[in-house]
Design a protein around this ligand. Structure first.
Ligand code: PRX
Length: 701
């Protein structure tokens, strides 16, 4: 059965009536409107379906092409759309070289180290050009990399990361950046899946004031890739301080090389950008799905860059002379599109910060904003909640002024939104709540910051050229104002849409298109709505409220974790017979995973010991971000008569919600004993009105 089908919520459940208060509108200031990029009130008409796909010409025209495209959208092989077909361009040329004529002395990147007494580093467009060229020469001539090869990059937030990405783009090498916080094993899985023969990593970085040994993960990654039959020939190690090694892990002779040593041979080298077809892949980004195996989401060169640039211009309101700061990590899609590619394509200044927002205290982001005079600020609800919790009055102590602020990655509670607006934005800044995904390359829903009023907790309508539709399980449309939740889809393709899942085109078609495809033989894009995997609701004003995932994905602090991946990690512990992972509401991180395990019959192991092993397995196989809040050892799992674990019941217990009718289970008594165990230790308050993603979690087993 198709991924999408088996993991979506059922018809009656999808059509629940939603009960929440409609929030009041907030309006952009005249000052903001007077300087905004997108002030044309006809924009939605221009990007209407009548003008599709030619409306996206204006995004393609933001870029420089070696050869102009002949077909804006080639639909000959649905749903493998080709944008700007026939066009030739180079992404690194567009993000670097083309700015040299009038901006070579302007800051492209400003790197802010976590240690506050370390100076920030300004990298001008000219300096970026030099570094990208030298790195590209090194990757080509020392790394042996050429167009079409894949390379895995497992690095923290240091400027060498975007430099390396742009160097790959210059050569047509497909980069696969793995979030630095992921474990070595998780990195190894991604190396093997992408077939990378070179791993690019770092020695270490700072987090909460302490050096993190990052190089040790490279050794684990290479070993893990080898287990999976993939050979890594070279490990290139960038040093946080060139010439000084801050990791305790030895270098492996003949395999590991310090980039700053090797680079000495490439001083002053220049590499001509390789002209790439618009549809040549630019990068892979692995993300969690409904099975244990992460999916390598493949993005194109031309369509992706055009969409990242167009949306950065229209929705983030980036002008070349802004100072823009996105606090995400480049290892996630937000960092790719909206720290590196979109902002640099527009020739602006993009700030990157190494560490945690609350180090050494919750005033840090505001000091950075004041010092650098940041005027566009981009972050996730998790950070907003954290900053509000520890320093609610701090923003007003600093003299910074944002014209625009962004929230992304998880639904934001209206009262958190209002603190962001009042205290951080000082009631001057427009807020855009941008809903999108790794797969979509750029924003799908958001208000247009100078044109639409804001509504706390709502992502807003589709952005120009994106036509959202909400379907129930029978593909019946749930129109604005119907007050029923369903599955959000996009009617039409757009330039930033993923191209495929690396090495698995069938899974791509099944996961994103099979559920609502009207005719698999059709060459008409109208028959191929994109299924996003989120539950959502259309308000009468056409604003969309995202309710959360309808599959087995938990959104922890805005990061997607597949419950199946966590469960597989638990099952590597010999004593564990069964495992189930459920989301629990957390006041700061949104959701955190909680684990239930049952031990194998006859195993009388110390529970504390097994619990520790489970936590270690999750941290080692995925990373610390997946650390569960609790590991519960149960005598048995609640199961249906056909033997399926009822995760929905466990999620209800963990969140102290009513479990509903469990009499049809094979073992209803177990529910009560699990409830007693969890309640006696957590003493969680009873939740009567749980968020929809929790209510519906695991509905289809
Ligand atoms: O559930 C939605 C949630 O994050 C998921 C995508 O996660 P990822 O691919 O890691 O990309 C995150 C950054 C784009 C979505 O399916 N999500 C993302 N943005 C929002 C959101 N939920 C509510 N509101 C948002 N603004």
């Amino acid at each position: 059965m198709a991924d999408a089908k088996s993991n979506s919520i059922e018809v009656n459940e999808a059509q629940i009536a939603a009960h929440w208060k409609e929030e009041e509108y907030y309006y952009p200031t005249a000052k903001f409107i007077s300087q905004a990029n997108l002030v044309d009130t006809e924009v939605m008409k221009r990007f209407g379906l009548d003008n599709f796909p030619e409306c996206f010409k204006e995004y393609g025209d933001l870029l420089d092409w070696y050869k102009y495209w002949h077909t804006t959208l080639d639909t000959s092989n649905p749903p493998f759309w080709k944008w700007y077909a026939g066009g030739l361009l180079n992404v690194s040329y567009n993000c670097v070289d083309r700015h040299l004529s009038n901006k070579k002395g302007k800051a492209a990147l400003i790197f802010v180290p976590e240690l506050e007494d370390e100076q920030h580093i300004v990298i001008t467009y000219q300096e970026l050009f030099v570094r990208v060229n030298e790195t590209a020469a090194m990757l080509r001539d020392f790394g042996g990399l050429k167009k079409g090869d894949r390379v895995t990059i497992h690095m923290p937030m240091v400027p060498d990361l975007p430099v390396t990405m742009l160097a790959c783009a210059r050569l047509g090498v497909i980069h696969s950046v793995v979030f630095g916080g992921f474990s070595g094993a998780a990195c190894g899985d991604r190396i093997a899946d992408s077939g990378s023969r070179v791993l690019i990593t770092s020695d270490g970085y700072f987090r909460n004031g302490k050096i993190q040994n990052h190089k040790e993960k490279a050794d684990v990654a290479v070993a893990r890739a080898k287990e999976l039959g993939a050979q890594v020939d070279k490990v290139l190690v960038w040093r946080r301080y060139p010439g000084k090694y801050i990791s305790e892990t030895p270098m492996v002779k003949g395999r590991d090389f310090f980039v700053d040593d090797v680079m000495k041979d490439f001083n002053g080298k220049r590499v001509e950008p390789v002209p790439m077809l618009s549809e040549d892949p630019l990068f892979l980004m692995y993300t969690s799905g409904t099975t244990g195996k992460p999916k390598g989401i493949q993005h194109s060169s031309g369509g992706y860059l055009a969409y990242a640039a167009g949306t950065a211009r229209n929705i983030l309101d980036i002008h070349p002379d802004d100072v823009y700061w996105c606090m995400a990590d480049i290892g996630w899609i937000t960092g790719h599109s909206y720290i590196v590619y979109g902002p640099l394509a527009l020739g602006t200044t993009s700030v990157m910060y190494e560490g945690v927002p609350t180090y050494p205290d919750a005033g840090r982001p505001w000091r950075i904003a004041e010092r650098l005079d940041v005027n566009i600020f981009h972050t996730a609800p998790t950070s907003i909640r954290q900053l509000r919790k520890v320093g609610p009055d701090l923003p007003k102590k600093y003299n910074f002024h944002f014209k625009l602020m962004v929230t992304v990655g998880e639904p934001i509670e209206p009262d958190v939104w209002r603190w962001y607006y009042d205290e951080v934005g000082k009631r001057e800044a427009s807020i855009v709540d941008t809903w999108w995904q790794t797969e979509t390359g750029g924003f799908l829903c958001s208000t247009k910051p100078a044109l639409d009023p804001m509504k706390p907790g709502s992502a807003g309508p589709g952005v120009p050229g994106i036509h959202p539709v909400i379907y129930d399980e029978d593909a019946k449309e749930l129109p604005p104002g119907s007050n029923k939740a369903g599955n959000i889809c996009i009617r039409n393709p757009w330039p930033g849409i993923m191209q495929t899942i690396w090495g698995d085109p069938d899974r791509f078609v099944k996961t994103y298109y099979s559920k609502y495809c009207r005719n698999p033989k059709s060459k008409d894009w109208r028959d191929w709505p994109y299924f996003a995997g989120d539950g959502a609701l259309f308000a009468a004003d056409g604003y969309i409220r995202i309710l959360g995932r309808v599959d087995d994905v938990i959104n922890v602090a805005g990061h997607r974790l597949g419950t199946k991946e966590l469960e597989s990690a638990c099952l590597t512990i010999p004593e564990v017979a069964e495992a189930a992972v459920v989301p629990v509401v957390d006041p700061v991180k949104g959701r955190v995973p909680e684990v239930y395990i049952a031990l194998k019959p006859g195993v009388s192991a110390d529970h504390g010991e097994v619990q520790r092993k489970v936590v270690n397995a999750i941290e080692n196989m995925i990373g610390k971000i997946a650390r569960p809040s609790h590991v519960w050892v149960a005598d048995d799992m609640p199961k249906t008569r056909s033997g399926k674990i009822m995760r929905r019941v466990l999620a209800a217990v963990s969140n102290n919600m009513p479990v509903g009718d469990v009499t049809t289970l094979a073992n209803p008594d177990i529910v009560e004993s699990i409830k007693v165990m969890v309640q006696s230790q957590t003493k969680r308050a009873e939740v009567t009105d749980a968020p929809d993603d929790i209510k519906h979690f695991g509905k289809v087993e």
